[in-house]
Design a protein around this ligand. Structure first.
Ligand code: OGA
Ligand code: ZN
Ligand code: ZN
Length: 353
């Protein structure tokens, strides 16, 4: 009981879930913080069968469950799926090798939960046997959420084009990168589905950008500081589109934890606004060395019907060059983490029940 005295009367009042304070159906708060008086006091506390009843000096009685009290006293907070604190970091030798099968994740199932869990914890998942047809990648995204439509449409094709406006549409190698850093907000999930692959080369690579940022912080804290505390500009232009966004390469939250990596050699602009530009180049180079280190890259070949899905705020993707003899066709789409996190939570509750 002594412990209960530590709890703020305003917090107790705010947590009241009676009909006057919370809407019965939606559970939404019907009061404003302006209704909370800083003069509030707890006059009396009584145990109930499931928790405690607090009588306040505004004559309101607030019942709180034992669980709620424990959460307050222990300083409980929900897991933050965007933060490095919720991740398992990996290198080439520790990347998960699990392969998911489309037939198993077509319905709400343990397999779909496992796929989303791996996406959230490790930053990617590989699905086999996604039907080799136009737009099947959208079917995968619809298992947990919604496609993000951009100026590229709801899907985009990656294959060799005649007058490519992006190096992705050539047979050249593409270094590890995150997609669309020139957007605000950036698409947080990307899926790439292989519809055709009869080339030599064109292997896929994935790099844990959070681990690269974590290593940079250990090995070269000054460089980490520059990449996380300066704005870098990213741009995309074609005759009808001019996208531009400024952001740090490594984003940290208020607690200093890494929450986002934005990295793309092709669309990052030269840091012309920086006075100490050579120091900035040193920092960029230090990060690039980590990102491009083969020991950090999980390499595999996307075969026809395979689809890789990844967290585009963490996992960098790459491909090796390929010969121009055969054909290679990927179809990609963007989606967002919020719905993947939601589906993961709902499936977790469903599977626990
Ligand atoms: C892209 C891309 C990878 C590949 O289109 O953004 O990175 O394997 N493609 O072709
Ligand atoms: Zn109330
Ligand atoms: Zn890409």
């Amino acid at each position: 009981m002594k412990e209960l005295e530590k709890i703020s009367a305003q917090l107790i009042r705010d947590l009241c879930s009676c009909r006057d304070c919370r809407d019965e159906i939606s559970g939404q708060r019907m009061r404003s913080v302006m209704d909370l008086s800083p003069e509030l006091l707890v006059l009396d506390v009584a145990a109930t069968s499931s928790g405690f009843r607090f009588t306040l000096n505004d004559k309101h009685e607030v019942e709180l469950q034992r669980d709620t009290i424990e959460e307050i006293l222990e300083g409980f907070s929900d897991i933050n799926w965007r933060s490095e604190a919720s991740k398992v970091l990996w290198d080439r030798d520790h990347a998960p090798r699990t392969v998911f099968h489309w037939s198993d994740i077509q319905e709400d199932s343990h397999d779909l939960y496992q796929l989303l869990d791996q996406l959230l914890v490790y930053g990617f998942a590989l699905v086999e046997n996604l039907p080799v047809r136009d737009r099947a990648v959208i079917d995968l995204i619809h298992r947990f959420g919604y496609e993000r439509v951009t100026n590229y449409g709801d899907i985009f094709d990656v294959r060799v084009e005649n007058n490519p406006n992006n190096l992705a549409f050539t047979n050249l190698a593409i270094a590890p990168h995150t997609d669309n850093p020139y957007r605000d907000p950036v698409p947080t999930i990307q899926a790439l589905h292989c519809l055709e692959s009869s080339v030599t080369g064109g292997n896929s690579g994935l790099v844990d950008g959070f681990r690269a940022a974590h290593l940079l912080r250990e090995e070269n804290p000054d460089a980490f500081d520059i990449l996380s505390n300066s704005l870098f500009n990213f741009e995309y232009r074609n005759p009808t589109t001019y996208l531009s966004a400024s952001a740090p390469i490594i984003k940290v939250d208020v607690t200093g934890e890494i929450i986002e990596v934005r990295w793309n050699d092709r669309s990052m602009q030269a840091p012309i606004s920086e006075i100490q530009v050579d120091i900035v180049y040193d920092a960029l180079r230090s990060f690039a060395i980590l990102v491009n280190d083969a020991r950090n890259c999980h390499t595999f070949k996307l075969n026809t019907g395979d689809c890789v899905i990844f967290d585009n705020t963490r996992t960098l993707h790459a491909r090796t060059a390929f010969d121009s003899g055969g054909k290679r066709h990927l179809q990609g789409a963007y989606a967002d983490l919020d719905s993947a996190i939601s589906k993961h939570a709902i499936l977790e509750e469903m599977l626990e029940a």
